[in-house]
Structure formats: structure tokens, C-alpha cells
Design a protein around this ligand. Structure first.
Ligand code: SF4
Ligand code: SF4
Length: 153
């Protein structure tokens, strides 16, 4: 059997790297066309077929902004490449723990949710953090805040 040369591995590596880059670019374009600002480089989504209401419901399909969810023979199908882990499907699902999402932020933080309530709580926490960051960008220190306050007087 002929031995695999190291150049073979390099080609595979290059192919997978360029595939990843193309995928990232495609997702970024998809997000910006939808006006979605948050990007999650990694994530996963699953639907529990045992608890899903299926044909009687389909609310998640209607809620999905990227058409990652679709109806296939007898169940909700997922096109993983189109999912941006936004959570709109979890928010619309009436069955707790039916849709499970795990997503990773650029800073490495992992978020998991499978209930509308948990998703809303997480969104509130993220918004509070963003507000705090914006304030600290405007007034990074108490001294600078007081200085600015004095000049405004
Ligand atoms: S997380 Fe968002 S993009 Fe992914 S399937 Fe659910 S609604 Fe669609
Ligand atoms: S919203 Fe939930 S229960 Fe309804 S079809 Fe989607 S996964 Fe199933």
C-alpha cells in the first residue's frame, strides 16, 4: 500500500480550513442581511422528537429567521448550517426542553437554554452587561466621571 505523504495531509488541512472560512463568511453575510449583530462561532441545536407537537404546532418553523427549520415527513427538520443559534425557536416553543441550544461566544463563554423563561433571563443579563459596558466606556473611572460632571456644570 502506498504511504501517504505529508503533502496529502496539508491539502486536506487547507481544504478544511478554506471550507471553514467560506462557512464563516456565508454565516456572516446571512447574519448581516438579517440585521442580526451577534455572532456565535460554535453551537448546536436539537429537537426532542418525543415531546414535539409536530404537525399541530410548527411555531418554531414560523419563528426561525434563517429558515434553518423546515417541515419534513412527519417532523421538524434542521439545516444546521443555517442555524445562527439566535434562540427565536426556543422562545416560541410551548414545550419546555423540547428545543435545546448550546452556543459559544467569541470570548469562549458557553450559553445553554431550552426554555423560553431561561432564554428571556439570559437576554436580560446580556443586555444589562452591555449597558454597563457602554457606561464604563463613557466613564471608565470615577475621576473621569467627576471631571466630566464638573466641566458640564
Ligand atoms: S436558533 Fe434561530 S436560527 Fe437556529 S433554528 Fe432556532 S430560530 Fe432558527
Ligand atoms: S415549537 Fe416546539 S412543539 Fe412546536 S413544532 Fe417546534 S419544536 Fe415542536
Amino acid at each position: 500500500m502506498p504511504e501517504k505523504s505529508s503533502s496529502n495531509f496539508d491539502i486536506f488541512l487547507l481544504l478544511s480550513e478554506s471550507g471553514e472560512k467560506a462557512k464563516k463568511k456565508q454565516r456572516t453575510e446571512l447574519l448581516s442581511s438579517l440585521g442580526i449583530k451577534e455572532f456565535f462561532p460554535e453551537g448546536s441545536i436539537s429537537i426532542d422528537k418525543r415531546t414535539c407537537w409536530g404537525v399541530e404546532c410548527k411555531l418554531c418553523i414560523k419563528a426561525c429567521p434563517t429558515n434553518a427549520l423546515y417541515w419534513k415527513t412527519g417532523e421538524v427538520g434542521i439545516t444546521d448550517d443555517l442555524c445562527v443559534y439566535c434562540g427565536a425557536c426556543v422562545l416560541s416553543c410551548m414545550v419546555d426542553d423540547c428545543i435545546k441550544i448550546e452556543r459559544k461566544r467569541e470570548d469562549g463563554t458557553t450559553e445553554r437554554f431550552s426554555k423560553p423563561r431561561a432564554f428571556v433571563k439570559l437576554a436580560e443579563k446580556i443586555n444589562a452587561k452591555k449597558r454597563l459596558r457602554r457606561v464604563s466606556e463613557l466613564f471608565p473611572t470615577v475621576e473621569r466621571y467627576l471631571e466630566k460632571y464638573k466641566t458640564q456644570k
